[in-house]
Design a protein around this ligand. Structure first.
Ligand code: FMN
Length: 143
């Protein structure tokens, strides 16, 4: 079965809620999905999935150094040519998901639109959009 890795950094659970909704959407399309914090993923392990979704909230107009290092390692560990998605909760500027998408694209990944950004805690509509993104990513790798 095709597999999607969902990786996130979340301090108060907002980006985590997005990750869970993306995972639920993908699962509804019958692909294998593993969703965990980046602390619990090895970059090579996530890179080995058929598609990879990476999310981070924004701090001080950027992403935190540990997730930045993680993304660099993951993209360098064989994710080239794979489908990906970037997402994250933010407060007022929301740079992190855009930076993640940029790193994925530079590394040769095909990043789905939209790069999903939600202000603070995702509401019902936001979670539906996350669901949709998960479904779209699953459909991509089922082909
Ligand atoms: C110390 C601190 C710095 C932050 N800096 C930014 C920022 O520069 N830009 C922004 O959009 N949000 C910023 N935020 C807001 C967080 O991105 C926002 O609260 C987000 O919902 C947290 O999501 P999480 O629970 O997934 O970590 C900051 C929050 C904190 C606590």
């Amino acid at each position: 079965m095709s597999k999607i890795a969902v990786v996130y950094l979340s301090t108060t659970g907002n980006t985590r809620a997005m990750a869970d909704a993306i995972a639920d959407g993908a699962r509804s399309r019958n692909v294998d999905v593993e969703v965990k914090s980046f602390y619990d993923w090895k970059p090579e392990e996530a890179a080995a999935a058929d598609a990879i979704a990476i999310g981070s909230s924004t701090f001080h107009y950027t992403m935190l150094p540990p997730i930045e290092k993680f993304v660099d390692k993951l993209v360098g560990a064989g994710a080239k040519g794979k489908d990906g998605a970037a997402f994250g909760s933010y407060g007022w500027s929301g740079e992190a998901p855009i930076m993640i998408a940029e790193k994925m694209r530079i590394g040769g990944m095909n990043v789905l639109d939209p790069v999903l950004r939600v202000q603070y805690k995702p509401n019902e509509k936001d979670l539906k959009e996350c669901n949709r993104l998960g479904k779209d990513l699953a459909e991509k790798i089922k082909k």
